[in-house]
Design a protein around this ligand. Structure first.
Ligand SMILES: Cc1cc2nc3c(=O)[nH]c(=O)nc-3n(C[C@H](O)[C@H](O)[C@H](O)COP(=O)(O)OP(=O)(O)OC[C@H]3O[C@@H](n4cnc5c(N)ncnc54)[C@H](O)[C@@H]3O)c2cc1C
Length: 414
């Protein structure tokens, strides 16, 4: 549907035949959050997801305040009550000596400073909460088993083509929330493909009853070693321990599309962490089933949209997970997209204006997070004298000074 007279639509009722219709490619965290944010503008939304069933897979996810604040506005946070945990602090330790390098208060202190909670949640719980919220919105339709193969821009909007007998699906705007290897991004010619960073994330969930006591503490732990680091925290009211071990290595060959189904050879972890402190090794030895995930990186894109088509989430900004911000940035995108299309006193913004506004608010911010995540990777994996200097610097930092370093990231105006 074209914009109305003067580039504005006059009505907000999604049941009107002329309500603006958004197509969203991909029902990951980004696509689902975007559907919820756009539903608040009075639009109709069709989510198109290639997977036949949205499986509740994955492990832990850290949800920083810049994301949890937006999830609260979207009505998703209450659904995570009793599932998400708010750790009391971040503890950083040396991989070899086990010494504490740094603490950052989280819990109530972080909530008071940044205005929203810092949470850890099982990815499946977040996905379920988003899906429940989506199911309650009658203006959102979720179609699974629809793999988008192409799209064309026509005078009446965007036509999306999919595999099988789906036929052509028409809408006014297409949002490409189709992940790091986005087909929509490729079709738009906006930036290069993500490349494997040379790092692998080894992920596991362990029953808390089998894990050492230190790993059950109400904190997020980060251990720093040479060309390796380790993150762990309790999940689901402390019933599980989420473990992510990152290695710089030459691993190649597995199919990146088979996220969470690629089993890892635990000998790699055993070898790479062999000189680590005994507590960390004790935790790693509890793992029965490692899953590995190649980490991809991409230079920031300068543009996220062309005409009525725009990118969101990993499709717009694939990033290394060292600030735990990929999903958080996708949620920020969703919030900004909803705001850009929100009607104001003068009516509903035109598609062109709204997408330009969305890009203006998001491109530089996400690029900063992408670049900072890269830098963080380098800092985490230092070795020798450089690591020593890093550790001395960390130990000298008082907790409030550590928090201040994250203000730019976590205190994001929703
Ligand atoms: C080891 C690791 C740890 C992480 N930890 C954190 C963390 O703690 N906190 C955090 O915020 N982030 C974290 N992230 C990042 C986070 O997981 C991602 O950034 C986030 O899930 C991206 O969501 P998305 O919706 O943009 O993309 P995706 O989750 O990739 O979703 C894309 C969807 O699009 C669908 N799709 C793809 N192509 C098509 C097509 N052609 N047609 C239809 N559908 C299609 C896919 O099936 C999928 O459902 C981590 C990542 C890794 C690897």
């Amino acid at each position: 549907m074209e914009d109305g007279p003067g580039g504005r639509l006059s009505a907000l009722d999604p049941h009107r035949v002329d309500a603006r219709h958004f197509l969203i490619a991909g029902a990951g965290i980004g696509g689902l959050a975007a559907a919820l944010a756009l539903a608040r503008t009075g639009a109709r939304i069709t989510l198109l997801e290639q997977a036949p069933v949205l499986e509740e897979a994955g492990a832990g996810l850290q949800l920083s305040p810049n994301a949890s604040g937006i999830l609260s506005e979207l009505g998703v946070l209450p659904r995570l009550e009793g599932l998400a945990m708010a750790p009391e602090r971040l503890r950083v330790r040396s991989a070899t000596s086990g010494r504490d390098l740094m603490f950052m208060p989280l819990g109530q202190t972080a909530r008071a400073r940044w205005g929203a909670p810092t949470l850890v949640v099982h990815r499946a719980d977040l996905q379920r909460a988003l899906l429940e919220a989506v199911a309650e919105q009658d203006m959102i339709t979720l179609r699974t088993g629809v793999e988008i193969t192409a799209f064309t821009r026509e005078t009446d909007g965007v036509h999306v083509h999919a595999t099988g007998d789906t036929g052509t699906i028409c809408g006014d705007v297409l949002i490409g929330a189709d992940g790091a290897h986005s087909r929509i991004r490729r079709s738009l010619g906006l930036g290069s493909e993500p490349v494997w960073s040379g790092r692998t994330a080894w992920r596991a969930l362990v029953p808390a009853s089998e894990a050492p006591a230190f790993a059950r503490a109400d904190e997020t732990s980060l251990w720093l070693g040479a060309r390796t680091h380790l993150v762990h925290y309790p999940l689901r009211q402390g019933a599980l321990i989420n473990i992510v071990a990152i290695t710089d290595d030459g691993w190649r060959g597995a199919d990146p599309a088979r996220f969470w189904t690629e089993r890892g050879d635990e000998r790699v972890v055993t070898q790479r962490f062999a000189d680590w402190h005994m507590e960390a090794r004790g935790l790693l030895e509890c793992v029965r089933d490692w899953r590995r995930w190649p980490l991809f990186d991409c230079d920031p894109l300068k543009r996220w949209s062309a005409g009525p088509v725009a990118l969101l989430g990993d499709a717009a900004h694939p990033m290394l997970p060292f600030f735990a911000q990929g999903a958080a940035q996708a949620i920020e995108d969703a919030g900004a997209l909803g705001q850009a299309f929100m009607p104001c006193a003068t009516g509903v913004p035109s598609i062109t204006r709204a997408l330009a506004d969305y890009e203006r608010k998001r491109v530089a911010r996400a690029a900063r997070v992408q670049t900072a995540s890269r830098r963080q990777a380098m800092i985490y994996h230092l070795s020798g004298p450089a690591a020593l200097v890093r550790d001395i610097g960390m130990r000298a930092l008082p907790p409030q000074a550590v928090m201040a370093r994250f203000d730019w990231l976590y205190r994001y105006p929703a």
